[in-house]
Design a protein around this ligand. Sequence first.
Ligand code: CMC
Length: 435
Amino acid sequence: MAHNTKASHTVTLTDNSNGKTIELPVLQGSIGPSVIDIRKLYADTGYFTYDPGFTSTGSCESTLTYIDGDVGILRHRGYAIDELAENADFLEVCHLLLYGELPNATDKKQFENDITMHTMVHEQMRNFYNGFRRDAHPMAILCGVVGAMSAFYHDSTDINDPNQRLISAYRLIAKMPTIAAMAYKYSIGQPFQYPQNDLPYAANFLSMMFAVPCQKYEVNPILAKAMDRILILHADHEQNASTSTVRLAGSSGANPFACIAAGIASLWGPAHGGANEAVLKMLNEIGDVKNIPAFVAKAKDKDDPFRLMGFGHRVYKNYDPRAKVMQETCHEVLKELNVQDPLLDVAQELERIAREDEYFIEKKLYPNVDFYSGIIFKAMGIPESMFTVLFAVARTVGWIAQWKEMIEDPSQKIGRPRQLFTGIIERPFVPVDKR
Ligand code: CMC
């Protein structure tokens, strides 16, 4: 870990106000930009660093996921995302993220079995749903119910017990599809469907979403495969906003269910996981390819807050490798379901126009993972309000693997950033009748 990583060299910081210098060690990971270790900066100089949005800050050391945004690389534990999406299934990727290795055949069977044994939720949790309005956003329900897991699974909230940490991870991965599907069923007034443990993970999720007790439901294997691939594509993404939220919440020693609920809240925003829902809304608003230029102009207008949803990324300054796989999956699903969606024409034309436009080229704005996923979900019959929920189901493994890595890091400390204070320094209290 970083506390053991040897400095490759130092950089010298000179304070021009007094000529004092300080040597800061530079640490080199296995790949990627080196980091300047500023942990002693405040103690040695009295200065903080200032980096709102953390554009230049590495907040932790991690071995899970590597991204090179300039060339569009995403790897989990060394494996390229497109190879994983093509050749592995979601639970293998979960094993990879949690344990560092793809499972062999025996471990794979064991892992699948262990996860599957946890798919049901405590029966009492069903009552929880009745407290929500039927028109509640499923992300609101997800946030509440996942947070409430800490009230149901006390036997896996001791973060100092490695076995309990693992069980909480298994429970979260296993129960998230159940909780998400229940949120959907509740919103449409259909009975909850129990998990079918003879089905693979993604197929089981589709079954809980779409089966009803009065008729047999056959999972379409092509759609199950597509759903599995979508889960893989969203499984982890380094220190993004929701993952950093999970780590920060967990750094105080909070239990894993509460931390994941915090991650879900962060994911909900339209600049993050909420973008997939926003993309479909935008495509619907555009409606026809002839309206695209007006929307592109709006996106470029500095005085207009509108942005092209599904475009741009803090890290990718090239094509998001997940978007490529997503685009292929989109074509496969639409073909299988024989759907001619005019929104796909709008999306493809929008991508073409934006990619030839100077503004988008200069700012390196490419389609991201959310650009095509909404069209796939829509074709599968999943309502827009569930899109970000699906993202959360998939990202749960990334969140919990990152949380586990943090707890198991001996150099772990409570996350406590400082600030540049610009408010009023001090003033005497004024009684209410004198204000
Ligand atoms: N449409 C138009 N202009 C944009 C867009 C966009 N989608 N994204 C960025 N820009 C412009 C932005 O106005 C800024 O221009 P200027 O330098 O003239 O001020 C420049 O590009 C840099 O943008 P930024 O906001 O400083 O970049 P950021 O790294 O803070 O934001 C982002 C990244 C993803 C929040 C942003 O690109 C965005 O809002 N995209 C749309 C929402 C979206 O699709 N989010 C999903 C992200 S991928 C899934 C996930 O990981 O959650």
